[in-house]
Design a protein around this ligand. Sequence first.
Ligand code: PRX
Length: 649
Amino acid sequence: MTDQTITSVSREHRLIRPSAEFKAQANLGSDATYKRLYAESVNSPEEFWGRQAKEHLVWRKPFKKVLRWSPPHAEWFLGGKLNVSENCLDRHLGTARENKAALIFEGEPGDVRTITYKQLHFHVCRLAHIFENMGIGAGDRVAIYMPMIPEAVMAMLACARVGAIHTVVFGGFSPEALKDRINDCQAKLVITADGGWRRGKIVELKANVDRALEGAPSVQTVMVVRRCGNEITMVDGRDVWWKEAWLGAPNTHEAKGFDAEHPLFILYTSGSTGKPKGVLHTSAGYLLGCKLSSQYVFDLKENDRYFCSADIGWVTGHSYVVYGLLSNGATIFIYEGAPNHPEPDRFWQMIDRHGLTILYTAPTAIRAFMRWGDNYVLRHRLDSLRLLGSVGEPINPEAWMWYHRMIGKKRCPIVDTWWQTETGAIMIAPLPGLTPLKPGSATRPFFGVVAKVVDERGREVPRNTGGKLVITKPWPSMLRTLWGDDERYKKAYWSEIKDVYFTGDGARQDEDGYFWIVGRIDDVLNVSGHRIGTAEVESALVSHPAVAEAAAVGRPDEFKGQALVVFVCLKAGHTATDPLKEELRSHVAKEIGSLARPDVIRFAAALPKTRSGKIMRRILKEIATGGIVKGDTTTLEDFSVVASLQAEE
Ligand code: PRX
């Protein structure tokens, strides 16, 4: 990365002011309130967060101290005890919300289920008993590998109820990737389904679990939801049907209070080196971050019907499908399948059918909708929508304007929310009705977030200059460590600039203080909003017998944000052919999951390296983008390597 790439992002000057109507009903009232609360949250964080924690969470035992910060380790709400599932469910019982829909589900084949708070509580209580009978309790790890069905939400909440730590693995990951995650956290229980529907086909989840478990001895039990009715093998003594386990379990469950810092979940995400990182989130701080941001960033109202299109396999599904929304007593809508099944207007159909009021989705989806054509949108009313959100990657101003005009009918504010698996909750985002919007900017920091754009040495750069995005103060929903690898936690996030959290993103701040996120500046790619580590792709490639060496880089892509380009050197005796290219693409998909299938494979006689043997990715990026190699090449060991790669182009 060079500063040049960061500052060269297009300058966008449109300013879209909130409508008087939206403003009049906004939860936070006025921009002056935001400014006052923000100032308090960063100047007196302990008073601010202490007050919010008392107001927004239900405690079993009050906390004694708000924050203990011993960089880079933070503990929040010390001495306090609470139960996260109770905060998402029990607190709504006995109130007007009891019979309100907590969850509306639509399966890809069109089946619909509505589950009230009371019913969801009942299901989670039963499941909590089942877990306890299986010997799953506080601190045990449970892997969840499921389609987007209500049972997935129940499984997460039941883990929280008994203090077990869930690790949700996205259903698109391969058996190999699932095995690695299970082994890393030594999960005892796996919850899955026979299959899930995707574009009219069944994703064979249970068969994938069976394959993963051939190399994952820690797992004692597999619980299986019947979803698609496809044929599966049940292993005697290990596998149980969800429905059968269900029978006889009591439907009330006395939840225990756990320490504020009790681990809630591990979520694996890609880093710039090595295997995926097990990001660890704990209970009270995480929940508070999700609850408060959901309430204000989505300007939640009692009658909202909120649709976030993220899968629970990603952090967005954790924070802004499950924890942030249910703790607010909102109605969430979840959808199992693909946005273009059976036709590319599935989302718009569902919005009209269920009267959905908020849509939170990713720029890559918005760009796909644009490509599929306006006609699919124009067939539907979309008049229930009142707010739109974007997350996962920078949204280009064209896509922003299309979303605003076509979907939001210029009536709905758009909240472009910047955050990460590690931050747990939204960090930079507008507050709808208060913040004037600039298409393509995530705008201003949320409460308690001290974000800065700095240079290599950690000094803040002038406005409108590119640099590294860092967070200089701890915040309640921050990750606490990486599971089983605190050294990596320190090195990956807190050593770039001592005691400051490095996000891995590049950004600039404009003259109004608005943040413009450029994207990853480390060796992490963002392909269609999915985080992919170049190191993971490279190690998948070299595990193929024909590959001697590989380097993965990103290339800007109109639809995917970034496309994955890999350079491969073959071992002697192997010939570079098109069928081999195809085989290597499938090999990566098999090793990691199809989300990591390379877009382009290029065979190379050798890779450009420094004299100390480090691959020069900057050069490969330039070659992949079709550009001429610029910048300094004096550290190259052998320039002819670059010349021959360019000649091939
Ligand atoms: O590069 C940023 C990008 O997504 C990365 C985090 O990915 P992940 O941990 O998978 O979480 C995605 C959902 C929170 C960030 O480092 N990113 C996320 N949101 C935005 C974004 N880039 C620009 N604008 C955003 N709104």
